[in-house]
Design a protein. Sequence first.
Length: 335
Amino acid sequence: MRGVLFRICCALAFLASGTALAQDPIVIVFSHVVAADTPKGKAAQYFAELASKLTKGAVKVEVYGNSTLYRDKDEMEALQLGAVQMLAPSLAKFSPLGIRDYEVFDLPYIFDSTEMLHRVTQGPLGKALLKKLEPKGIKGLAFWDNGFKSFSANRPLRTPDDFKGLKMRIQSSKVLEAQMRALGALPHAMIFSDVYQALQKGVVDGTENPHSNFYSQRMYEVQSHMTLSEHGYLGYAVITNKKFWDSLPTAIRNQLEEAMRLSTEYANKIAKEENDKALARIRETGKTEIHVPTAAERTALKRALIATHKEMAQRIGNETIQAIYSETGFDPSRL
Ligand code: LMR
């Protein structure tokens, strides 16, 4: 009898320890809209691997890319409701939250280089911008680069006149709307997952994006011309649901913050390489003619587009624009 009791106790103890060992990991669902083989797709995967490693398996990050879980109109709401825990929307997609400061990143030619941009995103201004998300129930974790955008269409785009009357797909941003109007084009806001079909069917004539998005969404199949205008920046803010983040055990949160710090370094290191690789691949397809603007063409484009800075100052907040000018040394009057 004693032997039986002993065996039952051992069995219960074993089961109990087994349950403790098999404790479910904390799951972070990370949703995004681009392909896996892009700067954002790769960085999200890198974060998932690091998060698992640094928390010794206590956190499992599940990455859903290419709009498979949420399309970019719905993902912000899903995050606020807690249906997903992490996103990295492009900075153009934050103004529906009522935070217009983020639109500053859409201003054409406001950043001369990635270095200038990093002075903002990796410095105190960037920190202050992330903090602005908190009243919306969102915790901003980091800024990740994609890169500078090129214009594309089914005709050469060399001078501002070439844009006249073209229906151009934009992300939903008032600044990008003003940018296209400044060129005499007709802006058409559309979610990312619809762009390829819209170009194919002629719903829109052209678009703008960094090369990694252009290549991975096969836009080269439906756009015969691209101009390496580098007229604007496209990057991301990595965000999480604040309530979820605050509810994490401190040790886990610290490990995830470290994983995010390392992933941000990685993201910003690979972004340019990935975009350069994508451009080479677009060239190899032979389907899109790539035009490098001459100095005179670049100046003409700049002159046409820079007016949007003044036009949008009231909307974005002149202080935010001026703060970026003084951080980067940009002087619009020197054009
Ligand atoms: C777009 O909608 O063009 C981009 O924001 C997609 C992305 O996330 O890079």
